[in-house]
Design a protein around this ligand. Structure first.
Ligand SMILES: C[S@@+](CC[C@H](N)C(=O)[O-])C[C@H]1O[C@@H](n2cnc3c(N)ncnc32)[C@H](O)[C@@H]1O
Length: 238
């Protein structure tokens, strides 16, 4: 029986190291934790969801794949009701507003004891800004295609001494360039397109942050090392 794990969730799993104790917050179906346990990657998994229905479905799926006894299930808004004995908090498939509220409610996460693996569905620049302003450093970030969409997954550690991101980096963080994926030029062009449209449409009411980010992004390719970003990749993965 195959676990129906999306490419998006598989990309999150790639940031889990052997033996990590994982807390999957907003687990829904529970497939991420089930995969990590059946593959022998995580040493334990806490599966938490704010809604009873998804949590029940995670329990049923865990039983179906034989890992019911290895997972701990919690009805919890963020990490409020779960034990603090884990190494990595995974949050996937949520918007930045929800992720920020989960992090804001748990200042104890700001410690070298924890890592975050975040796959944000909307307002990702806002999430990166929040992380940067709160001492989290994005150590790695990757972009991937799943169906028609491009997603990013980031791995963050609490490193308050690290310099903060610039406004442009909220949109296109340096971590994306560390290990550039083939989808990166397309991701870059999509960002340029949406920023240009927003700045043009807003005219005199333009958000100064967006205008500054656009300027920063437009000059990125002045660096010959980043010439590859000029090439838009039209492979839509279908
Ligand atoms: C769109 S699903 C994503 C499920 C899975 N993580 C994925 O990426 O496929 C979002 C899940 O997060 C849960 N959720 C939303 N807000 C939450 C919160 N504050 N704390 C815990 N779970 C939350 C929802 O009930 C839902 O099951």
């Amino acid at each position: 029986m195959r676990i129906p794990l999306s490419k998006r969730l598989l990309a999150c799993c790639n940031y889990i190291s052997p033996g990590d104790r994982v807390a999957d917050i907003g687990c829904d179906h529970g497939y991420l934790g089930i995969h990590l346990l059946t593959q022998g990657i995580a040493s334990s998994v806490i599966a938490a969801d704010v809604n009873e229905g998804p949590l029940q479905s995670a329990m049923r799926n865990a039983a179906k794949f034989g890992v019911r006894d290895k997972m701990a299930f919690y009805l919890s808004d963020g990490v409020r009701n779960i034990p603090r004995e884990f190494d990595v908090m995974v949050c996937a498939g949520m918007g930045a507003d929800t992720m920020v509220s989960i992090l804001e409610a748990a200042p104890w996460l700001k410690s070298s004891n924890y890592r975050l693996v975040l796959q944000c569905q909307s307002k990702t620049p806002m999430l990166r800004q929040y992380l940067s302003e709160n001492g989290w450093r994005i150590m790695e970030e990757s972009v991937l295609r799943d169906g028609r969409f491009l997603y990013t997954v980031m791995d963050a550690e609490y490193r308050p001494e690290h310099p903060r991101l610039s406004v442009g980096e909220y949109y296109f963080p340096p971590a994306l360039l560390e290990n550039p994926a083939k989808e990166l030029p397309e991701y870059y062009h999509r960002l340029l397109f949406s920023l240009r449209r927003a700045v043009t449409n807003q005219k005199e009411n333009a958000d100064p942050q967006m205008a500054a980010a656009l300027k920063e992004l437009e000059t990125l390719t002045d660096d010959p090392a980043l010439d590859f970003l000029k090439e838009e990749n039209h492979d839509n993965g279908q």
